[in-house]
Design a protein around this ligand. Structure first.
Ligand code: HEM
Length: 431
């Protein structure tokens, strides 16, 4: 479908549009410069970039909340839910037979299905249930801290701690044993590709047929793997999320194997590199903000505020997309039915109208109105788990550290979807 005529309204300057679609810009402060310009000069503008359908760019906190909360006016699934270029949309649409999204999991659903599927597991992710998991998470954190402390005073915190710990938690709740973690990582990377040259496969070089065959093979692999877990949980229910997914019914009927696979895929993928990024940024803050480590050692009750600010600072999910189901108006501009909109969470989290000194890392923000988890019907189902994981890890790490500082440059992943530190070299002394 050609949507090129649909987005109307004042265009953003070329340099801003280019940065919004450049994965590289997200690994530098170039994206922040573009966001700042847009917030000040054109907070709801249209990006036009070669190879991409035009899209509205929402850089203000308030607009991101308004659109996220109005789920009937702004759908997630009618167009690509994440930013994709036209070639990727065409390739995906061909293999799915019409949908611009490869899988159909919670993030790519709208009413009425979305709530039916979300309700299946929402209770599991609520604080009351998670309290029962704290000990289990604590054991995984103990192992992460032990391996960190063994690093002899120097490590790459991303590689040595932050990447593995949330992956371990998420795999644990899905019932995947440690020997299969690498397979899961590989599958998710193959399914979602990557924009960073260090991990990317050159998907654009594949023909549509090759791409289709590859995706079908990966989804099939996931399906075989998780069908076995589902069968096991039907025979032998446990107190885990896999048991809930395996035995789920909607409108009185068991959910199909593809729906179950999509559910496993979203939990397996949404829950680890996001939390890893925020965890790494928290360590970056400890290594760079004078007196922070000592303050948190003296006042461990401030750790939740520290975690919340690290999540704001990192904003691991940079963008999600929506599309308008009807003609409407926002910030005085006319949005037409079918228009595509980009929610720039990282910009909302630096909005000067909402955060005083947004470029200061401040653990005392009360309330911290960070919107890194989104809002509305799709608000991150794993937000309480992410906070729990980070709090538990830092409650153990902080008392064990005598000092910590940077030992080289922090480098960031190049991606306009999920991104954060790629390497964080640190030097540390233990108590
Ligand atoms: C949804 C961010 C951790 C599972 C979302 C959304 C955001 C987000 C922005 C909203 C999507 C939208 O509006 O379209 C984050 C961040 C995390 C994090 C920043 C860590 C700091 C987790 C964890 C899990 C998880 C730990 C699970 C283990 C999900 C799922 C959804 C979601 C299943 C889809 C919810 C729906 O569409 O109804 N997340 N997330 N996330 N997240 Fe997270």
């Amino acid at each position: 479908m050609d949507h090129s005529h649909e987005a109307s309204g004042p265009d953003l300057p070329d340099w801003v549009s280019q940065r919004l679609v450049s994965p590289k810009a997200y690994a530098t402060d170039q994206i922040d410069e573009a966001y700042r310009w847009a917030r000040t000069n054109n907070p709801l503008g249209v990006a036009r970039a070669e190879g991409y359908d035009p899209f509205w760019v929402l850089t203000k906190h308030d607009d991101i909340l308004t659109v996220s909360r109005n789920n009937s006016l702004f759908h997630s699934a009618d167009r690509a839910t994440t930013l994709l270029n036209q070639a990727a949309i065409e390739r995906t649409t061909r293999i799915t037979g019409g949908s611009p999204n490869l899988v159909r999991s919670l993030v790519q659903m709208d009413a009425p299905d979305h709530m039916k599927y979300r309700t299946l597991t929402q209770g599991w992710f609520m604080p009351a249930n998670l309290r029962k998991r704290e000990e289990e998470v604590g054991q995984i954190a103990d192992a992460a801290v032990a391996s960190f402390l063994k690093q002899n005073g120097r490590c790459d915190f991303v590689r040595d701690v932050a990447l593995n710990y949330p992956l371990h938690v998420v795999m644990n709740i899905l019932g995947v044993p440690p020997e299969d973690f690498p397979r899961m990582l590989r599958l998710t990377q193959e399914l979602f590709g990557s924009q960073d040259p260090d991990t990317a496969r050159q998907l654009d070089a594949l023909s549509a047929e090759q791409f289709g065959a590859m995706i079908q093979a990966v989804v099939q692999d996931f399906a075989v793997y998780f069908n076995a877990i589902s069968e096991d949980r039907r025979r032998d229910p446990k107190d885990d999320l896999a048991t809930i997914i395996a035995n789920a019914t909607i409108d009185g009927r068991p959910i199909g194997p593809m729906e179950a696979t999509s559910y496993y895929i979203i939990v397996a993928t949404a829950g680890h590199d996001t939390t890893s990024s925020a965890t790494s940024m928290a360590m970056w803050a400890l290594a760079t903000q004078a007196g922070l480590l000592q303050r948190l050692q003296a006042q461990p009750e401030s750790i939740p505020g520290f975690v919340e600010e690290a999540i704001r600072w990192a904003t691991p999910v940079k963008t999600f997309m929506r599309s308008a189901t009807k003609d409407t108006e926002l910030r005085g501009r006319r949005i037409a039915k079918g228009d595509w909109l980009m929610l720039c969470y990282a910009s909302g989290n630096r909005d000067e109208e909402v955060f005083s000194d947004p470029y200061t890392f401040d653990i005392d923000r009360k309330p911290n109105r960070q919107l890194a988890f989104g809002n509305g019907a799709h608000v991150c189902i794993g937000q309480h788990l992410a906070r729990l994981e980070m709090r538990v890890l830092f409650e153990k790490l902080i008392p064990a550290l005598k000092s910590v500082s940077l030992d080289g440059d922090i480098k960031f992943v190049e991606s306009y979807f999920v991104s954060g530190p790629k390497t964080l070299p640190i030097r540390f002394e233990v108590m």
